[in-house]
Structures are given as structure tokens and as C-alpha cells.
Design a protein around this ligand. Structure first.
Ligand SMILES: *Cc1c(COP(=O)(O)O)cnc(C)c1O
Length: 394
């Protein structure tokens, strides 16, 4: 039963742990010793649930996509995380972490961001809670993601452009950790996915688990049973996927299929297919699969989707793939684009390009007519319009 949950030392099988600088040890220990107590405290739950309802707009609908179902010959439900405030699932996590930070007496928030989506979700809750927020972002990403930088600044966050290394997410992460090392007592680091040192992967999974909690009662209402036959989600760091599968992990009848970004193809040298290509290494304080060169240097990932182009993968997902609990498919840029255009025309929903990777799985599997498939639609496509305009068919 427990084999998919994190163990006391912070490991999922051989993956996970907390590989952190000495100076952060007591900080992370403190978090480790308190996060479960805080998350399970009725007062915390009351405030967290209240905000999820009235601020985020939960429960998010579970929508039976009729035309998509007809096309693929099964019953397809979309879990509509795209309808959340700020347009994706990330806010479920940042709301929870900022409430936790306050309860731990922290007065300053830091975060790192690649595409800017997590930065916006963090800056949003900092505005809500009136806490100062510093977001580290690679200089290349600051250029590429102007609109999100403007949003974060409008929300009151300070965005620090990181000019070291490749000037992308990995470098922003290093800078955020450096900041944390200099301010260990007053600063709380909001991590945006099921990555980082223990207890972050478990904490983020628990905060996103509201997704599968809702799927269970929504399916019961609509289908008279709580479990689907198949769950689909995309994986970058793995948080929307972790939330989608969390309450189904111990039910082997629920097939789990996850989509990682194959970019231009897994063997093209331009991909973010970490589970297919990664080797054991340490990134962001966690032992996991990691895209790296022969001599152990982290390789720059590539995907058309900024939210999936992370060189590592949450340790939970490395473990699920290794033990065979999840099936992981690599979906290319072109397959994701095709799926995005298809959903838009069939259902009138423009998905985030990340979520479109999960939709891309439909073409690669065959389903029986009575099978119930739930897809996590992790976000909306407004932010990806430039990508869609560039790639539309003439
Ligand atoms: C950030 C993001 C993702 C990827 O992050 P996970 O932690 O793997 O869920 C997926 N979809 C959307 C819409 C995102 O913004």
C-alpha cells in the first residue's frame, strides 16, 4: 500500500531525498517536521479550502467531452484546471504554500520560474497575503516571457533577471537557492512543482491532490463509480500529474498514462523527455532522473511548451515509471499542436500547449467504448496564442 508514498527519509524507491547545502539543513528539517502537522490542521484546511472555493473557483468542473469521446470511441472527461484563477493548476499549490509559510512565521517569499507561470501564481498569492515576493528568472526567459514578467511586476513582485549560465530555469533555481541560503530564517521558498528536496515533492503532491479528490466524487455523481479506467496528464516537474493520480495510486485497475515532451523527437537532441532519456543524478536538491551529458553536466532541455521543458522530473514520477505503475509516452511538438487544434475545433476549448501533450496520448492508445478516460486539462491556451498563430495550418 505504501510503496508509492514517500518514506521517512524522503525517498520514493531510489529517488528523492534532500541534497542541500549545510546552511539550509535546519530550515528544511523544520519544514519536514512541521508540514504534515500544518497541512492536516483543521484551521489550515478551513482557510485553504475556503480560498480554493472562493478565490480559485473550485471545484473545477469534470466535463464530458462528447465530440472528443465520439472521435476516440470511449468516454472522455476533461478535468478543467484551465478554469482556475490564473488559468492553470499551479495556484492550488501556491495558495497552500503561502498559508504554510505564514504559519511558520516567514515574512518573505522567494520563487524561481522558467516560463513565468509559477512566478505569476506565486506573485498572485503574495499580493493576496500582502507578503514581499522575489522571483528569480533566467535573462533569456525574461526576454521570451515579457507578458508574465509584466504581470508579476504589476502584482508587486520583484523579478530578478539571472545572467549566469544558460540564463534559463536551472540558473534561476541556483540563484533562488543562493538567496535562501543568505536568508534562511525569514524567507520561505515556494517551489512550483513536485521537485526539490524532501519534503517539497510530497507537500506539492498533497496540495495538488485536491484534483483527484474531486475527480472521485464527480465520477461517482456522473457515472456511479469513483474510479476511471484511465488517467492522462502531462509531466514537466510532475505536479498536475501527481494531483490527478494521487488518490488512485493504490488502485491498479486505474491505468495511468503520462505524457512528457519529446520536442522535435526523443533522439533529435531537442527534447525534454527526461524519463526516456534521463540518468540518475542530483538536481534541485533531489536524486532523480536527469538529462545530462556523458560527464554529468545538465543538458538544456527543449520543448515547444515552456512549462514542460525542465531537465529533471519529480522523484515520485521517476519511481512510478521505474516500477511500471505509470506508462510514460513522449509526445512531440507537432503531435501536441495537432491535439491542441483538434480540441479547440471539437470542444471549443483552447488548451495550454502543456496540456495538449496529454491530449496527444489519445492518438497513441486504443480504448474500448465503455472505458472512462479522465484527462487533466492543466491550463488554458491564452498564454500560447503566439505559438498557435505561428503554427496554424495555412
Ligand atoms: C507549469 C505547467 C505544467 C507543468 O508543470 P507540472 O508541475 O508538471 O504540472 C503543465 N501545464 C500547465 C498549464 C502549466 O502551466
Amino acid at each position: 500500500m505504501q510503496q508509492y508514498k514517500v518514506n521517512k527519509k524522503g525517498f520514493y524507491g531510489e529517488f528523492g531525498g534532500a541534497y542541500i547545502p549545510e546552511i539550509l539543513y535546519s530550515n528544511v528539517e523544520n519544514l519536514k517536521n512541521n508540514y504534515l502537522k500544518i497541512l492536516e490542521d483543521p484551521q489550515f484546511q478551513k482557510e485553504y479550502r475556503g480560498l480554493l472555493r472562493d478565490y480559485v473557483g473550485r471545484p473545477s468542473p469534470l466535463y464530458l467531452a462528447k465530440r472528443l469521446s465520439e472521435k476516440y470511441g470511449c468516454k472522455i472527461y476533461l478535468k478543467r484546471e484551465d478554469l482556475n484563477h490564473t488559468g492553470a493548476h499551479k495556484i492550488n499549490n501556491t495558495i497552500g504554500q503561502i498559508l504554510l509559510a505564514r504559519r511558520m512565521g516567514k515574512t518573505r517569499i522567494i520563487a524561481e520560474t522558467g516560463a513565468g507561470q509559477h512566478g505569476v501564481a506565486a506573485a498572485t498569492v503574495c499580493a493576496l497575503m500582502n507578503m514581499p515576493c522575489v522571483v528569480y528568472m533566467g535573462a533569456v526567459d525574461v526576454e521570451r516571457q515579457r507578458l508574465n514578467v509584466e504581470k508579476m511586476q504589476m502584482l508587486g513582485a520583484e523579478v530578478i533577471s539571472v545572467t549566469g549560465g544558460n540564463k534559463t530555469l536551472k540558473d534561476a533555481t541556483n540563484e533562488a537557492i543562493r538567496d535562501w541560503c543568505s536568508h534562511p530564517s525569514d524567507t520561505y521558498y515556494i517551489i512550483g512543482s513536485t521537485v526539490g528536496p524532501h519534503p517539497y515533492p510530497d507537500m506539492v503532491a498533497r496540495l495538488q491532490a485536491v484534483i483527484s479528490e474531486e475527480i472521485r466524487w464527480q465520477l461517482q455523481e456522473k457515472e456511479g463509480r469513483e474510479t476511471p479506467d484511465c488517467l492522462l496528464a502531462c509531466v514537466g516537474g510532475g505536479s498536475n500529474a501527481a494531483g490527478t493520480i494521487y488518490h488512485f495510486l493504490n488502485e491498479p485497475s486505474v491505468h495511468i498514462v503520462l505524457a512528457e515532451a519529446a520536442g522535435k523527437g526523443i533522439h533529435s537532441g531537442l527534447s525534454a523527455a527526461t524519463i526516456h532519456l534521463g540518468k540518475l543524478g542530483i538536481i534541485h536538491g533531489s536524486k532523480t532522473l536527469l538529462m545530462q551529458s556523458e560527464d554529468g553536466q545538465i543538458e538544456e532541455p527543449y520543448s515547444i511548451s515552456a512549462g514542460l521543458d525542465y531537465p529533471g522530473i519529480g522523484p515520485l514520477h521517476a519511481h512510478l515509471a521505474k516500477t511500471g505503475r505509470s506508462e510514460v509516452l513522449a509526445i512531440t511538438d507537432d503531435e501536441a499542436l495537432e491535439a491542441a487544434f483538434e480540441l479547440t475545433r471539437l470542444e471549443g476549448i483552447i488548451p495550454a500547449i502543456e496540456s495538449a501533450h496529454a491530449l496527444g496520448v489519445l492518438k497513441k492508445k486504443t480504448f474500448q467504448e465503455e472505458e472512462i478516460v479522465v484527462i487533466c486539462l492543466s491550463g488554458r491556451g491564452d498564454k500560447d496564442m503566439e505559438t498557435y498563430i505561428k503554427n496554424k495550418k495555412q
